[in-house]
Design a binder for this molecule. Structure first.
Ligand SMILES: Nc1ccn([C@@H]2O[C@H](COP(=O)(O)O)[C@@H](O)[C@H]2O)c(=O)n1
Length: 694
């Protein structure tokens, strides 16, 4: 744990269920590398939330603590004669000061992520946005993890030879240490198309028909298929295609375990009796635990062990030392636990404390030292009260979006070259990644809130009547920016199918739209039920991470089931997945998945974009003819141009850079980012006390 992090609050934890095969799963964000690494860089890639959450005790463990946790859990597995595999599903960049604040980005923390031994590790979409990010992954992470670094559907133009080569191993076949389970592992990125042009992402639908893939899945050398990937586990056509291909080759008896990511939620999906998928949240808030009671193998067949049903269990472990120490403590466990005498413990682990390891403590100290070098504890501002990303609707006064829309953007997205020109500014809501929490806001938090390097662009002279239409379209449908869903262009969302009305209606519409959506597992159960569980199904849509819009009364209904709780459980997720609340005819054990009982935090769906109107006198006489500057982040340039075009505006092929003067003695600049704007605004508004502290 980092010296400035709050210690975890003890809680009555739900115990993990061990099986013969067990997994620990992370999908943390790592940070960006905008420059190719030179010899001075550390050996491997980075992880943005390595320091842990310094303002939230429930997620305050750091990567050193996680290292110790994986080591202790591996010990427990060995002593029971079962297996533990550790996997990570990518998107390890963009989101924290530890590497975004360095030059080149990622310089100090490459060794930190890779200190943890991974059985299978892969990339996410964030590794591919910029050429340097994928190149550094390829140059440093791939050799470090060798054949454990698996990327089944991405190629890269090698930074060394310029030849198009697989980004990682296409698959990995291995036999586990203790139960001798034979595993074939793949790792698939969802069908992503915003990658820089040094990489090629092959659509999963094509890959599953390619000969190398068919050869890899055929044969009788596999007891379990392990599919990890930066792909959501629910409603994912990619994962379903893979499952279908494996089912076609091996029938219904082959276990197929998925680990996914991308939508930043805790989720567990039961695809069929022998296949499930786990997603383990975001930002080092969660370690996913998945256990399979046993795998039907040839050896088990000989012993007659294959007759009992295969059971899956999942737990979302809060990323804090209390949870880590609790779950890894030596104790009586289901599979013949043999306590070792202290003298037989490895030197790394034998130093008088049952949880910490020497290497884990060393890793924590290394993080502290890098934080010091990067001045991450420098304070810019003291935030008087929290502004949230999704705990409140985007229209609420305590939403960070409403703060941006009404104050930050109108105050600072201004150019000295365009004084007096009516202006509107558009940002995609995805450009904001984290809450602006009450308390210190410093060099670290700036990267948490918005880590991207996008600059501002402008289309000048857009007729007022078009700007009015743009504003009301954004207000009604939240904007067009859903690149993964392949929509992307306002021309389509402006069609008559889009409900009209204010943003609250939009939320309501989304809720209604997803009410009836069901997973395969649920639809099987539903036919025998009287639908009483239907109201929860919409929760599984990516727009509804973790928690629904519910009244306190409804929460009470769900959580009044008997459980032992600490007097005030810490705030956090109450995850709704395929096992909780209990499906009516579940054939899997049904239980809440979060290891820590929480006081619920609400999560509201977000619009895709917000538009701030600085000075455009909309609806006033003559407004429709007023020429307006439409300013936006370069990340959404193609969408904005397409939207303006669809609204009848003659637009240039590319927009112009928009120069902003932040009054910071640097003059008007093209390279100002949204992050710079936020930092400058909170500095001016909520300066720290004379001693520099909050
Ligand atoms: N330069 C960028 C890059 C990405 N974004 C936003 O991030 C979203 C993707 O993040 P995931 O963690 O969901 O993969 C993307 O849709 C954008 O909203 C950005 O704003 N600027």
């Amino acid at each position: 744990i980092q010296p400035s992090a709050p210690p975890a609050v003890p809680a009555n934890l739900r115990e993990l269920t061990w099986g013969k095969l067990n997994f620990l799963h992370t999908t943390c964000q790592r940070n960006d590398e905008t420059d190719l690494c030179t010899d001075g860089c550390m050996e491997q890639d980075t992880h943005g939330w390595h320091s842990g959450h310094l303002q939230e005790p429930q997620y305050s463990a750091d990567w050193g603590d996680y290292y110790s946790f994986t080591m202790r859990m591996r010990e427990l597995a060995d002593r029971q004669g079962v297996d533990l595999l550790v996997v990570d599903t990518g998107d390890r960049i963009e989101g924290s000061g530890l590497s975004d604040a360095s030059d080149p980005k990622g310089k100090y923390v490459r060794e930190i992520f890779s200190a943890v031994d991974m059985d299978v590790v892969t990339i996410g979409n964030h590794e591919l946005y910029k050429e340097a990010s994928s190149a550094n992954d390829y140059l440093f992470l791939r050799p470090h993890y060798a054949d454990h670094y698996v990327v089944s559907n991405v190629d890269i133009y090698s930074p060394l030879t310029n030849a198009l080569v697989p980004m990682g191993a296409r698959f990995r076949k291995f036999t586990t240490k203790n139960t001798k389970t034979r595993i074939t592992a793949f790792a698939f990125l969802f069908d992503f198309n915003l990658n820089a042009n040094n990489t090629v992402v092959h659509p999963v639908a094509n890959v599953v028909t390619e000969q190398w893939f068919l050869d890899a899945i055929l044969g009788d050398d596999t007891d379990l298929f392990l599919i990890i990937g930066h792909t959501p586990v629910r409603f994912s056509p990619e994962f379903l295609l893979i499952l279908e291909a494996i089912r076609k080759a091996h029938g219904a008896e082959m276990p197929v375990q998925f680990f996914g990511g991308h939508t930043h939620i805790r989720d567990f999906v039961v695809y069929d009796d022998l296949s499930t998928g786990l997603e383990s949240g975001r930002y080092c808030e969660t370690v996913g635990w998945l256990s399979i009671s046993h795998i039907p193998t040839a050896a088990a067949e000989d012993k007659g062990d294959n007759n009992t049903p295969v059971l899956f269990s999942r737990t979302y472990i809060d990323f804090n030392r209390f949870s880590f120490a609790h779950h890894s403590r030596p104790r009586s466990l289901p599979f013949s636990y043999q306590p070792r005498s202290p003298s037989t413990l490895s030197p790394d682990h034998d130093h008088g404390h049952h949880f910490d390891t020497r290497s884990g403590l060393h890793l924590s100290r290394t993080i502290t030292s890098h934080r010091h070098t990067l001045h991450l504890d420098r304070i810019y501002s003291c935030i008087p009260s929290s502004y949230y990303l999704s705990r409140v609707p985007a229209t609420s006064p305590t939403s960070i979006y409403s703060l941006l829309q009404t104050r930050i953007l109108p105050d600072l997205v201004r150019s000295p070259m365009r004084r007096g020109v009516p202006t509107v500014a558009l940002i995609n809501t995805g450009s904001i990644r984290f809450d602006l929490l009450k308390g210190r806001f410093g060099e670290d938090e700036r990267w948490n809130v918005s880590p991207f390097t996008s600059n501002w662009r402008v289309v000048e002279g857009v007729p007022g009547e078009i700007v009015e239409k743009l504003a009301s379209a954004v207000e009604r449908v939240g904007g067009p920016w859903v690149e993964e869903e392949g929509r992307g262009v306002l021309a389509r969302v402006l069609g008559p199918q889009i409900p009209l009305g204010p943003l609250e209606d939009y939320y309501e519409g989304l809720r209604r739209k997803h009410f009836g959506v069901q997973s395969k597992f649920k639809s099987k159960s539903k036919s025998k039920s009287n639908n009483h569980n239907n109201h929860n199904n919409y929760l599984h849509h990516p727009h509804f991470p973790q928690l629904p819009l519910k009244t306190p009364h409804q929460y009470h209904e769900i959580h009044s089931r008997p459980q032992t709780l600490t007097p005030i459980p810490p705030p956090g997720y109450i995850t709704h997945d395929d096992l909780y609340p209990c499906p009516p005819t579940a054939n899997q054990p049904c239980s809440p998945g979060d290891d820590t009982p929480h006081t619920p935090i609400l999560s509201y769906p977000l619009p895709h974009a917000i538009l701030a109107n600085h000075s455009f006198p909309s609806h006033s006489p003559g407004a429709s003819h007023t020429p307006v500057d439409v300013v936006f982040l370069d990340f959404i340039e193609s969408y904005v141009l397409a939207a303006l075009h669809a609204l009848g505006c003659t637009v240039p092929a590319v927009s112009k850079p928009y120069k902003i003067d932040l009054d910071d003695n640097k003059g008007a600049r093209e390279d100002v980012t949204l992050t710079d704007i936020i930092v400058e605004w909170v500095r001016r508004e909520w300066a720290p006390g004379p001693d520099g502290n909050c």
